[in-house]
Design a protein around this ligand. Structure first.
Ligand SMILES: [Zn+2]
Length: 291
């Protein structure tokens, strides 16, 4: 039986646990929602009218990546293992797509992640749609762009050791960005403006990556402590993401030691999402939205 794309996405949404390998679904929705509140001008007014759409669809790219048949190139767009490309702070990674492909080869890029260029693609698409007055399409493009921009604010989306698998911290990825955030931090972020003008979407993405990357070590340190609270023979629960861990001492320790970091990454996410949106609109000539 062949299902339509919408039916397939709906099925994925129903069958898959509420997590998509990036900020949990709820956090993604909150980040886009708070980004709308940071906007002023006509764009802010228009997005406020559509705030529920922009928030609800924040998770769409995670649904796309699960549907590999329809979206075979989606997955690498959500991360970049920057330390596989070059050493921190990654200033020698070419910013131009053609150059980066020439330097490392497309096959490597597909496995190391391509988030900065996914962001560039959606940013340019958004500028074009604003220019042409295609506001309905622009809404979906904007919400997806917000997803990719938020993803690289998570330290695990910028490193080879993306799940703590290289340092004895296997499973930490989801426990930190989804379980801990959903148990303790959904109301914690208070993003502030002003929005920043993005002149080069790829360069800006690398600024974010450079900022996210150092967050890895403190989280791993906290995780190493947190896993001591679980008897060694039971620690295989940590990477088994079908098994819930909310309410455990493990999650509480992650929270106690890294809450500030998580809150600041969530606040930065909203600010940058708003910044990319506003910059795309200004670049398009600040066209007036429809009534
Ligand atoms: Zn994602």
């Amino acid at each position: 039986m062949r299902l339509t794309l919408t039916a397939r996405l709906l099925l994925i949404l129903i069958l898959i646990p509420q997590w998509g390998f990036s900020w949990g679904y709820t956090a993604h929705r909150i980040i886009n929602r708070q980004a709308v509140h940071l906007l002023d001008s006509l764009l802010g007014e228009y997005f406020s009218h559509h705030i529920n759409y922009l928030s609800e669809h924040a998770i769409d790219p995670d649904l796309w990546r699960r549907d590999k048949e329809a979206y075979p190139d989606e997955a690498p767009g959500h991360f970049i293992d920057a330390d596989l490309y070059e050493a921190y702070p990654f200033r020698n990674i070419p910013r131009k797509w053609e150059e980066v492909v020439r330097k490392y080869g497309e096959e490597n890029l597909m496995s190391w992640g391509t988030a900065p260029w996914r962001i560039e693609k959606f940013y340019n698409k958004l500028v074009q749609e604003f220019k042409e007055g295609r506001w309905t399409e622009a809404r979906l493009t904007a919400t997806a762009l917000g997803h990719y921009v938020s993803d690289i604010h998570v330290p695990f989306h910028t490193v080879e050791n993306y799940n703590g698998q290289l340092t004895g911290n296997k499973g930490v990825h989801k426990r930190w960005e989804a379980d801990m955030v959903e148990e303790y931090l959904l109301d914690a972020a208070r993003p502030r403006g002003p929005v920043e003008m993005v002149t080069d979407p790829v360069e800006k993405a690398f600024v974010i990556v450079e900022e996210s990357f150092p967050g890895l070590d403190p989280i791993l340190k906290a995780e190493t402590r947190a896993r001591q609270t679980i008897p060694p023979e039971s620690r295989d629960i940590i990477p088994d993401w079908d098994r819930p861990m909310q309410g455990t001492e493990y999650i509480r320790i992650l929270y106690e030691e890294t809450a500030d970091l998580a809150i600041s990454r969530m606040e930065a996410s909203s600010l940058r999402v708003a910044s990319y949106w506003m910059s795309a609109w200004v670049k398009a000539g600040s066209p007036p939205p429809p009534d």
